[in-house]
Design a protein around this ligand. Structure first.
Ligand SMILES: Nc1nc2c(ncn2[C@@H]2O[C@H](COP(=O)(O)OP(=O)(O)OP(=O)(O)O)[C@@H](O)[C@H]2O)c(=O)[nH]1
Length: 368
């Protein structure tokens, strides 16, 4: 049995134990295992004992979750599993109140226990309850008979209560971590879903920028030419107003299909916003872009409303790579889209149903 607690220390124990427990409950720097070991150390110190264990009962077995020993005795280690019946904890588990046995040989509950001459002489234990049932035990042992401090029963009950709260918090934390993980997986799935526009089945705006940044990067590296076109259905607000949103949706789907069919299979058509589509035309000369615009207009005109063909306005920006150096690719995409957008505004101003280029010649990437 350890003898670190002097008479003087014993006389101030109530104050110190409260201070130590309070200090422990406020510590946020410890993980669960470290925290429990600190508590076990406090219990060992308070009982002037050699070792304290926090154990879990699983059927007829007792598993040591955490253990603290002052080194005076050979103690159990975390993870050790023993037959519950061979331990004093088997008795503790059936009790509502702590089992206080400073001398187990003289304790009415333990004197007949098969382990009484083999197990430590002093034993104090209390059941740990969780979820309405006995979960395990908190036990403190000493190799020689212990003192009978009248406060200790209350302190053991208090330590058990704190452990129960900690256990619950830990369980919630695990649940919370599980919930966080499910949320992360859900967000990931949602993000994937958002890559595709559900109405038109084209890539969505969410997918667009990553794709364009990658593509533009590659195109610049191979000194290529290409174009970005913004396509906008004319007077779409009026179509919605007059024929209803379902009819508007039908036109949107039809336009999406027509645009997809009007371009090569390695071109890229995405839904940019409401009634606007973005078309990426890699390895395409400016003169070819004009032809693609014509094909797109003819294709969309196959969709009709009130026996009138649906028309589109297009603004495009053709560009060529002039240097592999000094290119901020992400900004280049934004700037090309802006130029195409300005051209689209001009097409609308010019009376709609037409295509406008951002410049007479392809813009150079380094001029952006
Ligand atoms: N049916 C339907 N309408 C949409 C959708 N997304 C956006 N819109 C509508 O598209 C309309 C776009 O209207 P405006 O931006 O005024 O453009 P506009 O009427 O085509 O006029 P111009 O572009 O100048 O020819 C708005 O009424 C939006 O509510 C959609 O998914 N389905």
């Amino acid at each position: 049995m350890s003898s670190h607690a002097s008479e003087t220390e014993m006389s101030v124990v109530p104050t110190n134990i409260v201070g130590r427990i309070q200090h422990l409950t406020r510590r946020k720097d410890l993980d669960f295992s470290e925290w429990v070991r600190e508590l076990l150390q406090i219990a060992t110190w308070q009982f002037d004992a050699d070792c304290a264990c926090f154990s879990r009962i699983d059927n007829l077995e007792l598993e040591v979750v955490e253990c603290y020993s002052n080194g005076n005795v050979v103690s159990k280690k975390a993870g050790d599993v023993v037959a519950l019946g061979s331990t004093f904890c088997s008795v503790t588990a059936g009790m509502e109140t702590p089992l206080m046995a400073p001398d187990t040989r003289k304790n009415e509950k333990l004197s007949g226990h098969p382990g009484v001459n083999r197990l430590p002489e002093a034993y104090w234990g209390v059941a740990i309850r969780f979820g309405g049932a006995v979960w395990g035990t908190l036990s403190v042992v000493a190799d020689a008979d212990g003192s009978a401090n009248p406060d200790n029963e209350g302190i053991l009950t208090l330590l058990a209560g704190i452990l129960e709260i900690k256990l619950e918090n830990e369980e919630y934390r695990a649940e919370l971590n599980g919930a966080r993980e499910s949320y992360r997986q859900l967000s990931e799935r949602l993000e994937n879903l958002q890559q595709v526009d559900l109405l038109t089945e084209l890539p969505s705006r969410g997918a667009l920028f990553d794709y364009l940044n990658r593509e533009l990067n590659q195109l610049i590296r191979r000194d290529g030419e290409g174009a970005i076109a913004l396509v906008d259905i004319d007077n779409f607000h009026a179509i919605n107003e007059k024929h209803g949103h379902e009819e508007g949706d039908r036109i949107l789907k039809g336009a999406a299909t027509a645009l997809r069919q009007a371009v090569r299979n390695y071109d890229y058509v995405a839904r940019y916003s409401g009634e606007q589509f973005l078309v990426w035309l890699p390895d395409t000369l400016q003169s070819e872009v004009v032809k693609v615009c014509e094909r797109m207009s003819e294709g969309v005109a196959q969709c009709s409303i009130d026996n009138k063909p649906v028309t589109i306005s297009i603004g495009y920006c053709a560009f060529r790579s002039d240097s592999e150096k000094q290119i901020p690719y992400d900004r280049a995409v934004d700037k090309l889209i802006n130029l195409a957008h300005n051209a689209l505004t001009e097409a609308k101003v010019n009376g709609r149903n037409c295509a406008m280029s951002a410049s007479r010649r392809p813009v150079t990437i380094t001029s952006l």
